[in-house]
Design a protein around this ligand. Sequence first.
Ligand SMILES: NC(=O)C1=CN([C@@H]2O[C@H](COP(=O)(O)OP(=O)(O)OC[C@H]3O[C@@H](n4cnc5c(N)ncnc54)[C@H](O)[C@@H]3O)[C@@H](O)[C@H]2O)C=CC1
Ligand SMILES: O=C(O)[C@@H]1CCC=N1
Length: 288
Amino acid sequence: MGPCVRRDDGTIHGDTVNTNTLQNLHGTIALAGAGKMGGAMLTGWLAGGLDAKRVVVIEPQPSAEIGALAAQGIRLNPKDAGTVDTLVIAVKPQTFPEAGPALKSFVGASTLVVSIMAGTTIAALEKVCGGAAVRAMPNTPAAIGRGITVAVAAKKVSAAQRATADALLRATGSVEWVEDESLMDAVTAVSGSGPAYVFLLAEELARAGVEAGLPAELATKLARQTVAGSGELLHRSELASATLRQNVTSPGGTTAAALEVLMAKDGLQPLMIRAIAAATKRSKELAK
Ligand SMILES: NC(=O)C1=CN([C@@H]2O[C@H](COP(=O)(O)OP(=O)(O)OC[C@H]3O[C@@H](n4cnc5c(N)ncnc54)[C@H](O)[C@@H]3O)[C@@H](O)[C@H]2O)C=CC1
Ligand SMILES: O=C(O)[C@@H]1CCC=N1
């Protein structure tokens, strides 16, 4: 995961981060699992001004990048951290049954537990770890401060704990709160897994370019830059994606010819509906 770049105006790659909130967070924060997502979140917290000395990281296989953060003051795999104010769980859902009971030692009656594990329910979190749980689903653009996270809080989470969770999640992009936990499976399918679909689009656009006669290197460059540039245009523009699409499409032109295929009855729409349904189903299965 690449590092977040903090600008002097307190933004990370263009999205405003409330550095005051991160700097003013109280207590100790433990992160369990500093892999791709946990590592990206930790980078965002530190870039946003969180005091490294208040962060404990539990990670059996720390990357060199995570190991180096010990020099900045984070405590990596300490023997006796005791209970913490906030525990963020970023291990794989399949690892949780084994890892969860050990994490209980960090949780006191007033500990906020924030989980980003796909499928793992608030009920399961509270049963295994105790504490007051927030279930959240980020995505990998978090690594550049451009993620989107959806979060849902258990009833017992206090307003102050919710604000803490919000500040930690907002350090890597925007945050949406929902009240209905059952939405989290479809959220996971759309935005949690979503970046993979976009990267697949770049792969397949390049492959199709090669089929159409382009050298592989040029096709890869064109596809990558087209996906990245279009994403940035979508990010910066206030226009709906349908309008941005129509702006490319000259009547009777080349785009219209391609869209006739992509928007046919058996085109992208039914394929995407099936893909999202499969991911939603898998998220529900992970809860069992
Ligand atoms: N990768 C993604 O795009 C997203 C992942 N997630 C969720 O984030 C979680 C982590 O996923 P990734 O970062 O992709 O996986 P990852 O495999 O990169 O990270 C998991 C980390 O947990 C560590 N770990 C294993 N056992 C542990 C234990 N007992 N205590 C502490 N750490 C332990 C592993 O060494 C590894 O570094 C998963 O639950 C996943 O559902 C959520 C949104 C997006
Ligand atoms: O594939 C997964 O299960 C995780 C959750 C969302 C993105 N990656």
